[in-house]
Design a binder for this molecule. Structure first.
Ligand code: SAM
Length: 320
């Protein structure tokens, strides 16, 4: 962004004229034919968090298109992606600013967006795909806008988490979205230990590069019989859902080099039976991989026991 601090430059001016012309032509054609999917109307000042497609470009609501067509300022995690989406739907950017706002500059850009809202502007924010703030930027910005007593509105729509939950075939009455597991092995195993006893369906995002490792950890920590659904490339051409136990899903992908985007949906855990021998065995297993404190926390959570009691037990098992 080259505009002076506190202001938004007219990013539309940077567009090559040919693209602007193309957009304007598309817009006027759509308007003329009465087929435009969106309506332009002035928006009240505030931040509009707009969900965008996770694969199929047509998975966007009419209201989201209206907001993208009408907002005074557009902000996006990836400006090229948003611009492309708007082109697909025939929405011209015109002379409106299109501002990059991502994990690395959100703190710097947020005050400028706040200032624009206090000056009466409407700002539409889209992350690269899906719903902003769901394992995506937007939270510091939304929190700052709320803290100033300004308006925050959502244009709800796609999110890979809900899309996966919908097709996984696992209970949806109670679920926990856990985002991405840590990439480092021991941290990932601790993370899974914490999730293991939760009596809710779990939803995790994962990279195809780490899918084999996390399934191996799921096998060790959640048990090979736990139900799981691996949901890949949702809403895209090669959408695939592999359902089964952890062991079955591991086997199904063992010989494959999985690519694309993946959500793991994991069936609910159960609080373990708390006889002394079972607790001690779990504690010994946890102590092999964790500090006394972490092991005590994980086991206390798993068996629904007071943490201090389990910590004392861990100390007496000869570890410090
Ligand atoms: N904000 C997005 C949302 O609402 O779903 C998520 C953004 S996060 C950076 C990207 C991760 O979401 C991917 O690594 C993958 O785990 C998941 N994801 C996104 N699109 C997906 C798709 N079409 N199919 C499966 N998983 C997807």
């Amino acid at each position: 962004m080259n505009s002076p601090p506190g202001e938004f430059g007219l990013r539309g001016q940077n567009l090559r004229p040919s693209r602007r012309e193309v957009n304007a032509k598309r817009m006027s054609q759509a308007m003329a034919s009465g087929n435009s999917a969106f309506q332009r109307s002035p928006l009240a000042p505030g931040l509009y968090l707009v969900a965008t497609p996770i694969g199929a470009a047509r998975d966007i609501t009419l209201r989201a298109l209206d907001i993208l067509a009408s907002a005074d300022v557009l902000a996006a995690e990836d400006t090229r992606t948003l611009r492309h989406l708007m082109e697909i739907h025939g929405i011209p950017l015109g002379d409106r600013p299109l501002v990059a706002c991502h994990d690395h500059n959100e703190a710097q850009v947020s005050p400028r967006i706040l200032k624009a809202i206090t000056e009466g502007k409407s700002i539409a924010y889209a992350s690269e795909a899906g719903t902003p703030m769901v394992s995506d930027p937007g939270f510091p910005l939304a929190r700052a806008v709320i803290a100033e007593g300004l308006s925050v509105t959502a244009a709800p729509g796609p999110s890979a988490a809900l899309c996966a939950l919908t097709v996984a075939g696992l209970p949806t009455d109670r679920f926990l979205f856990a985002g991405f597991a840590p990439s480092q092995k021991s941290a990932r195993r601790t993370f899974l230990q914490g999730l293991a006893p939760i009596e809710a369906t779990l939803v995790l995002y994962e990279s195809p590069k780490r899918i084999n490792q996390i399934l191996e950890d799921c096998c060790d920590i959640l048990g090979e019989g736990r139900k799981i659904a691996l949901c890949r490339e949702l809403t895209k051409r090669f959408e695939e859902v592999i359902r089964g136990t952890v062991a079955e899903v591991r086997q199904a992908i063992a010989e494959r080099d999985l690519k694309g985007e993946i959500v793991l949906v994991i069936g609910r855990g159960e609080k373990a039976a708390s006889d002394a021998a079972t607790i001690e065995a779990a504690l010994d297993r946890a102590l092999e991989q964790m500090t006394v404190k972490d092991a005590a926390s994980a086991v206390a959570e798993a068996f629904d026991l007071p943490r201090r009691e389990v910590y004392q037990m861990a100390l007496t098992r000869g570890k410090t």
